[in-house]
Design a binder for this molecule. Structure first.
Ligand code: FAD
Length: 373
C-alpha cells in the first residue's frame, strides 16, 4: 500500500507531502522532484519519504542507504534533470513552543519543518520582535540556519541561540550553540555539508510592539521613516510583504516570476584590490551599489553587475527560462516546463559575461544537487 495518492506537493511556502508522514519503506513516495521544488525542475529520486517529527527525521536518515538528500521547502535547491540517485527525506515536522521567557524576551523552539512565514506571522502577532523583516521568505524554519537567511537588513543569525541537529557522522543528537554555527553572509557550517540534519531551531526574540531599528534604506522609504527608526511590527511585516511581492519574491502560483529560487547569485564580497579594479572597469557606468564590511571587504550588488553586463529584467534564455521580469537576480522557469540544464545554461552565460565585463565572479546562492554550474 502506498501513500502516493495522498502526498501530492502543493505550491506554497513548503510543498506539502505531509498527508501521511512516515518512514515506513513500504509507503515511500515515488515521483519526480520537480514537484517538490519552487523552480519546478528536477528529475526523479530513487525513493522519497516524508518525516513528520524530529524522531522520524532521525529514523529516516538512519534507515536510508546513502546518498540521502534532506529536502524541506525546495526553495533553495537546484536539482539536476537526472534527479537524485538515492533517498530524499522530506522534512515535515511541525510545531513551536516557548522554552524560556523573562520580562524582555522569549525563546521559542521551532520544529524544522514549520513553514518559515507561519512562524514570522506568529511572532508578529505575539509582539515578539526580531524576525519581522524576514516576512514572506519561502521554505522551512529548519533551513534558515543553513544559509543564514536574511533580507531587508535582518538575518536569522541575530536571533538564533542554538540549532538542534542529528550528526550523521557521530550518530548523535546535540544542540549547536549559535556561536559555533559559523554564521556568515548567506552561509554557515551547515551549507554544502551533508553532516548535520537540523531538527529544531531556537530563536530569542524581544518582547516589543515595535520592530528593531529599520536598517534598509528602501524599507525605511517605503515605511515613510528614517533609517534607524522603529515601527509597529505589523507595519514592518506588511511593507516587507508588499515590497517582496513587487519583486516576485513571495511565492505565488499564478506568477511565473516566482518560479525561482529567489536570488540565484549572492552579492559578491570583494577584497579592496578587486573592488578598485571593478571601479576602474565600471567607471563610465557609475559606481555599483556597495556595502563596506569587515577587514576592508566590500559587498557589491550582483543585480547591478548583471544588469550592466547586458542582462535586463525579463531577458530570455533557451528552453523556457528567463530572468524574472521583476528582479534581475532571479532566474525563473518561466514556461513551467523548462529543464534544470536550461536554467544552468542561462546562469553560466550571465556568470561568464559578468566576469568578462567586470572581472568579478558570481557564485550561486542555492545548493546545486547532482548538477553543476
Ligand atoms: C521567491 C523566493 C524568495 C526568496 N527570498 C529569500 C531571501 O530574501 N533571503 C534568503 O536568505 N533566502 C531567500 N530565498 C531562498 C530560500 O527561501 C531560503 O534559503 C529558505 O530558507 C530555504 O528553505 P527550504 O525549506 O525551501 O530549503 P530547501 O530548499 O529544501 O533546502 C535548502 C538546503 O538546505 C538543506 N536543508 C533543508 N532543510 C534541512 C534540515 N532540516 N536539515 C539539514 N539540511 C536541510 C537542503 O539539503 C538544501 O541543501 C528565496 C527563495 C525563493 C523561491
Amino acid at each position: 500500500m502506498g501513500a502516493t495518492a495522498t502526498c501530492q506537493p502543493k505550491v506554497k511556502g513548503v510543498p506539502d507531502a505531509s498527508a501521511q508522514p512516515t518512514t515506513d519503506a513500504d509507503r515511500a513516495i515515488p515521483g519526480p522532484l520537480a514537484g517538490y521544488t519552487t523552480l519546478r525542475t528536477g528529475g526523479p529520486a530513487e525513493r522519497i519519504v516524508a518525516a513528520g517529527s524530529a524522531d522520524e527525521l532521525v529514523q529516516a536518515v538512519r534507515a536510508a542507504a546513502e546518498p540521502v538528500l534532506i529536502l524541506a521547502g525546495g526553495s533553495n535547491v537546484v536539482i539536476g534533470d537526472a534527479g537524485f540517485p538515492g533517498t530524499v527525506v522530506l522534512v515535515r515536522s511541525r510545531g513551536m513552543r516557548v522554552i524560556a521567557e523573562d520580562a524582555t524576551s522569549v525563546t521559542v523552539r521551532v520544529d524544522a519543518g514549520e513553514p518559515w512565514d507561519d512562524l514570522v506571522a506568529a511572532t508578529v502577532t505575539n509582539g515578539w520582535a526580531g524576525l519581522e523583516c524576514l516576512s514572506g521568505i519561502p521554505g522551512s524554519t529548519g533551513a534558515t540556519p543553513i544559509q543564514n537567511v536574511g533580507a531587508y537588513g535582518q538575518e536569522v543569525a541575530e536571533t538564533i541561540t542554538g540549532v538542534e541537529v542529528y550528526d550523521r557522522v557521530e550518530g548523535t543528537r546535540q544542540v549547536i550553540p549559535a556561536a559555533d554555527c559559523g554564521f556568515a553572509y548567506r552561509g554557515s557550517i551547515f551549507k554544502y555539508v551533508d553532516r548535520w540534519v537540523v531538527l529544531s531551531v531556537d530563536f530569542r526574540l524581544t518582547r516589543s510592539p515595535l520592530s528593531g531599528p529599520v536598517r534598509y534604506a528602501e524599507l525605511a522609504r517605503a515605511l515613510g521613516v528614517e533609517v534607524g527608526d522603529q515601527v509597529p511590527l505589523a507595519d514592518a511585516r506588511a511593507v516587507v510583504l508588499r515590497l517582496r511581492a513587487g519583486k516576485g519574491m513571495v511565492l505565488d502560483a499564478n506568477d511565473p516570476d516566482t518560479r525561482s529560487v529567489g536570488s540565484f547569485f549572492t552579492n559578491p564580497v570583494l577584497d579592496r584590490a578587486t573592488y578598485e579594479q571593478l571601479l576602474e572597469r565600471s567607471a563610465e557606468l557609475g559606481d555599483p551599489p556597495a556595502w563596506p564590511g569587515a577587514d576592508g571587504l566590500v559587498k557589491v550588488s550582483a543585480a547591478w553587475l548583471i544588469d550592466r553586463a547586458g542582462f535586463a529584467k525579463g531577458h530570455p534564455g533557451e528552453g523556457g527560462v528567463a530572468i524574472s521580469s521583476k528582479h534581475t537576480l532571479a532566474l525563473t522557469n518561466r514556461s513551467g516546463t523548462a529543464h534544470t540544464s536550461d536554467l544552468l545554461t542561462l546562469a553560466r552565460t550571465i556568470r561568464d559575461q559578468v566576469h568578462a565585463r567586470f572581472g568579478v565572479t558570481l557564485h550561486p546562492e542555492p545548493v546545486l544537487i547532482n548538477c553543476t554550474l
